[in-house]
Design a protein around this ligand. Structure first.
Ligand SMILES: *Cc1c(COP(=O)(O)O)cnc(C)c1O
Length: 385
């Protein structure tokens, strides 16, 4: 008998869960690094925490796969462990990656600083080149790498065109889906092979752990797991438990954050001290149509340009009473950053200009505070001084 697939919110609660243990409603933390040996056919059937096969890892991997509509999934010690391990296992030595040019700082840094030393090549394409990626192909190209939404300008690629190109040329397509979260976007449904997450952000949602996730076809996840087991980027079982707990509320959190960010974006758009508001849910966003095509909601991230100098921008942010100035995103509390000082501090003035990232640009991760309180906080901070 064919089972009806559970809906997303139900998968978050019950996906991957093993039968109740000692009638406990919540799966206990298996805080044990090793497990009793049973006569096993294969050494890899031994359970050991670094081998990512404790009951906590196994159920979490299944839940992660379920919420991305993937065959298989695994959890890692950080988002960067997920990204670097996936790249090194799926790009063979001598291979080449064709990557989007606007990437998370750590990923970009890994590509330009370490990739070649590890025997792999990378080259970058601009968003407006998605229709003509053939010109970037090399005989050794193996992987295409993108992000679902770029940071901090929240640009959205034509993802369908990327995956069509990958399929045509038999490349493996990888996407970092951290910003929309699986609630708003499931890249596998548009043809991506492997989905990566910094689970530190929306998946966990509570700013209290660092973790990562990789979901995709079984053969790809098996390859990533083999290397992960050697490189050792496992997540300990206590943060596994916290991530599982955090994920259970992803749907209700994202639904609220989608609504709240849209309301804040609309309010900021009317504010005289806001030169520009960047949010994929606003018709003024250059990729609004793509956001509507691909995403269920427009997400909890927005950016705006302050009408003034860099110093005046900092002064306005210092007047915020609810929002904390800190990097990272996706938690229950609202955070603000000025990207030229944080994620893009290593980028040259010229390059920033080319990218269109001004000194007065502010990025906001909208949390779960009351929307009216957030709008009031931004109003008083931007008006003051
Ligand atoms: C934070 C982040 C990462 C890195 O994740 P860590 O959990 O900090 O290692 C990768 N990609 C994106 C888009 C991120 O926001």
């Amino acid at each position: 008998m064919k089972k009806t697939p559970m809906h997303f919110s139900t998968q978050l609660i019950h996906g991957g869960e093993s039968p109740l243990i000692e009638r406990a409603v919540i799966q206990p933390i298996f805080q044990s690094s090793t497990f009793e040996t049973i006569p096993v056919a294969d050494y890899k059937d031994n359970r050991y925490l670094r081998l990512n096969n404790t009951p906590n890892h196994i159920s979490l991997g299944k839940k992660l796969a379920a919420i991305e509509g993937a065959e298989s999934g695994l959890v890692t010690g950080s988002g960067m462990a997920a990204i670097t391990t996936a790249l090194l296992s799926l790009v063979k030595p001598g291979g080449h990656v064709l990557a989007q040019d606007q990437l998370y700082g750590g990923t970009h840094g890994f590509f330009v600083g370490s990739f070649e030393g590890l025997g792999r090549q990378v080259s970058f394409f601009r968003a407006d080149e998605v229709g003509s990626l053939e010109k970037h192909l090399r005989p050794n190209t193996q992987v295409v790498y993108t992000e679902a939404v770029s940071n901090p300008l929240l640009r959205i690629l034509d993802h369908g065109a990327v995956t069509q190109f990958a399929k045509k040329h038999k490349l493996i397509s990888l996407i970092d889906n951290t910003f929309p979260s699986p609630y708003n976007f499931n890249p596998i449904s548009v043809g991506y092979d492997v989905v990566l997450h910094s689970a530190t952000k929306y998946l966990n949602g509570h700013t209290d752990i660092v973790a990562g996730a990789v979901m995709g076809k079984e053969a790809h996840i098996d390859a990533v797991l083999r290397l992960l087991n050697y490189l050792g980027g496992c997540l300990d079982t206590h943060p596994c438990f916290l991530l599982d707990r955090g994920m259970k509320t992803l749907a209700v959190r994202m639904r609220y954050q989608n609504e709240s960010a849209l309301a804040l974006a609309r309010a900021l758009e009317k504010h005289p001290k806001c030169a520009k508001v960047i949010y994929p849910g606003l018709p003024s966003h250059p990729d609004h149509a793509k956001a509507k095509e691909y995403f269920k909601g427009f997400g909890g991230m927005l950016s705006f340009e302050y009408q003034g100098t860099a110093e005046q921008t900092d002064a306005a942010l210092a007047r915020l009473k609810l929002c904390i100035s800190a990097p990272s995103l996706g938690g229950v509390e609202s955070l603000v950053t000025r990207p030229v000082n944080t994620s893009h501090s290593a980028v040259s003035k010229q390059e920033l200009e080319k990218l269109g990232i001004r000194e007065t640009l502010v990025r906001v991760s909208v949390g779960l505070e009351d929307t009216e309180d957030l709008i009031a906080d931004f109003n008083q901070a931007l008006n003051g001084g």
